[in-house]
Design a protein around this ligand. Structure first.
Ligand code: PRX
Length: 649
């Protein structure tokens, strides 16, 4: 097993929930947690059936779980439900009509508030615009948007008419967007002229123009006016949202969807060069997002919930849109960068809007740590009562800083482990119950039968590093990979046959707490963004001057991992700094800025075993500047090592 997996961290600080928090928490005793957890594992159908019945079904389900087609699960079969009705109608047509659903702040500083009644209306109108443009049930619609309320409105409008959305993060390039539009068979794209980021307008429409060029299947590009930047126009294909919406009705009945109908595709990176469209269906996903939001964030009346993720990631899907809104919560949505106009922006937002729950990523926390303690100290953060972390392992130092400087030692921290594939939080503290430890995501959430196993699938004893698996199906689990059932079966279930393999290494301590050790496959986690080494390698190799490329992650204090590229150039090309810059730009153009290598090292060839496999572990050690502990006896060319280390530079 790899070195990374054997790595054992010793952390002895313990933080029981503050009495004040516990006294009001939804779940406040270990016994209550154990009772619920045991029921969810021992009697999943009873447990999940009961929870699911809390949602407004249009037709009741007949069976809770059908696992006969394993590993393709079906949940709540026979039931009909509509995700937008779950998130809106029950609240807008009930006692929450005038309660705020979305509080939005743009980067330049303007704010907008939408009550449940207003959001309901907006979604109905947006849905009618989609219909007027010929979008119908069963279609797939790409969404490429800035963080404005219309991003959530567009998602819910798709769900309302039974079209699936495929949200692509606005930081992806035109090329990456095109690849996802084609793979998902999207027939319409929803975008904006641009959005605000770091004091500038980040244009989006031009990327969409480039992405859909020559794609005749895409009949509509619907454009929301946000930033006012000038855009090119293709008359029959393009439509301004504000022009279309003037002519549509404000009523739109939600489409009754089968529990297993597609709700959305969300692309993520795996260990091959091709991104995979993770398939999430309606009923099970909603149940997972609903329950986890309620218990992990201990939702109460009057909360203002701020999840800082972009809606382009699964965190935004589950904890900006579907989880909080299905619970009738109020969310805060912020458009821009965390440090614009200054380092205090996030804390200023919390102070002014009185945010109560704050959910962000370790990279952001580490960035703030570096900016200095005096920044958050200038603000009143007393409205906060709960903090969350997601997306990458949080190192104990960052955890402690978060606890001290942001939570002011009053707020529990929930370090939540999950994935695009799990749909909702899978390993997490429950804030009124769990004694937390910096760096541990602690225990499985309801219904998650997680374990750490060895190569053969045997449970490992406490404190031994191994592979993280989930042994039973859960409602919000992925239903597959779009258009590629075999890749789903092999990638997630192939290793052990009867267990879901997450691709992460972990260890479990004597108390049963999980300590996530990071990816064990060819996936990097850079600033909480999941990137495939293969995808970046193919982007590099597509450059005419590159012969071969290998990507590895180097530990980075702020971003968790930084991308290092080892590149050999084609004969006759002399590598220099200009080429280095050109290659970084090339990757940014092919995939997006998020995949831009931090460092490029040139060499005549890459170190390979005699059978021709690139020795990644060796490259990882070289990139990290540590002496390699790997076996180098099979290496072809020793002179290379010195060169790759940069000895002669
Ligand atoms: O490696 C784990 C890491 O992020 C991966 C999932 O990435 P993605 O599908 O983009 O979803 C991110 C947001 C849910 C996991 O395989 N990861 C996520 N949360 C944590 C984490 N690693 C350690 N601790 C976490 N809390």
């Amino acid at each position: 097993m790899s070195q990374q997996i054997d790595n054992v961290l010793h952390e002895n600080r313990h933080f029981p929930p503050a009495r004040e928090f516990q006294s009001r928490a939804r779940l406040s005793t270990e016994e209550a947690y154990q009772r619920m957890y045991r029921e969810s594992i021992d009697h999943p159908e009873r447990f999940w059936g009961r929870i699911a019945r809390e949602l407004p079904w249009m037709q009741p389900f007949e069976k809770v779980l059908d696992w006969s087609g394993a590993p393709f699960a079906q949940w709540f079969t026979g039931g009909r439900i509509n995700a937008s009705a779950v998130c809106l109608d029950q609240h807008a047509l009930g006692r929450r009509a005038d309660q705020r659903a979305i509080v939005w702040e743009g980067e330049p500083g303007e704010t907008r508030t939408l009550t449940y009644a207003e959001l309901h209306l907006e979604v109905c109108r947006f849905a009618n615009v989609l219909k007027a443009r010929g979008v119908k049930k069963g279609d797939r619609v790409a969404i490429y948007m800035p963080m404005i309320p219309e991003a959530a409105v567009a998602m819910l409008a798709c769900a309302r008419i039974g079209a699936a959305h495929s949200v692509v993060f606005g930081g992806f390039s035109a090329h990456a967007l095109r690849e996802r539009i084609v793979d998902g068979g999207c027939t319409a794209v929803i975008t904006a002229d641009g959005g605000w980021r770091r004091g500038q307008v980040l244009p989006l429409k031009p990327q969409v123009d480039e992405a859909v060029e020559g794609l005749h299947e895409v009949h509509t590009v619907l454009v929301v006016k946000r930033a006012g930047n000038r855009v090119e126009w293709r008359d029959r294909r393009d439509a301004w949202y504000h022009e279309m919406v003037a002519d549509v009705s404000t009523e739109c009945a939600p489409e009754p969807m089968d529990s297993e109908d597609l709700l959305f595709l969300l692309y993520t990176s795996g260990s091959t060069g091709k991104p995979k469209g993770i398939v999430h269906t309606t009923g099970g996903y909603l149940v997972g997002a609903y329950l986890s939001t309620q218990f992990v964030f201990d939702l109460r009346e009057g909360d203002l919930f701020w999840c800082t993720a972009d809606v382009g990631w699964v965190t935004g899907h589950s904890y900006i849109v579907y989880g909080p809104l299905s619970n009738g919560a109020t969310i805060l949505m912020y458009e821009g960068a965390p440090t614009t106009p200054d380092a205090g922006r996030f804390w200023d937002i919390i102070d002014r809007h009185k945010v109560t729950i704050f959910y962000t990523a370790p990279t952001a926390i580490r960035t703030f740590m570096r900016l200095g303690d005096d920044v958050p100290r200038k603000y009143d953060l007393s409205s906060l009562r709960l903090l969350g972390s997601v997306g990458e392992p949080i190192n104990p130092e960052a955890w402690m800083w978060y606890h001290r400087e942001i939570g002011r030692q009053r707020c529990p921290i929930v370090d939540t482990w999950w994935q695009t594939e799990t749909g909702s939080i899978a390993i997490t503290p429950l804030p009124g119950v769990t004694v937390t430890q910096p760096g541990s995501a602690t225990r499985p959430f309801f219904g998650i039968d997680a374990a750490v196993v060895d190569d053969k699938g045997h449970d490992l004893p406490a404190d031994q590093g191994g592979y993280l698996v989930i042994k039973k199906p859960w409602p919000s689990m992925l239903r597959g990979i779009w258009g590629n059932p075999d890749r789903y079966r092999e990638g997630y279930w192939g290793k052990y046959g009867n267990m879901y393999f997450a691709g992460d290494g972990a260890r479990r301590d004597e108390k049963g707490y999980f300590w996530i050790l990071g990816r064990v496959d060819d996936v990097l986690n850079v600033a909480g963004h999941r990137l495939s080494t293969m995808e970046i390698e193919s982007a590099l190799v597509s450059h005419e001057k590159v012969a071969e490329a290998a990507i590895v992650g180097r530990p980075d204090e702020v971003m968790g991992q930084a991308i290092v590229a080892f590149v050999s150039v084609v004969k006759g090309v002399v590598p220099d700094d200009a080429l280095r810059e050109a290659l970084k730009e090339h990757v940014a153009h092919e995939i997006g800025k998020l995949a831009r290598p931090a460092e490029i090292r040139f060499s005549d060839a890459l170190p390979k075993t005699r059978s021709g496999k690139i020795m990644r572990r060796l490259l990882r050690d070289i990139a990290a500047g540590v002496e390699t502990t790997g076996d180098t006896s099979t290496i072809e060319d020793f002179a290379l090592l010195a060169k790759l280390r940069g000895d002669e530079e």
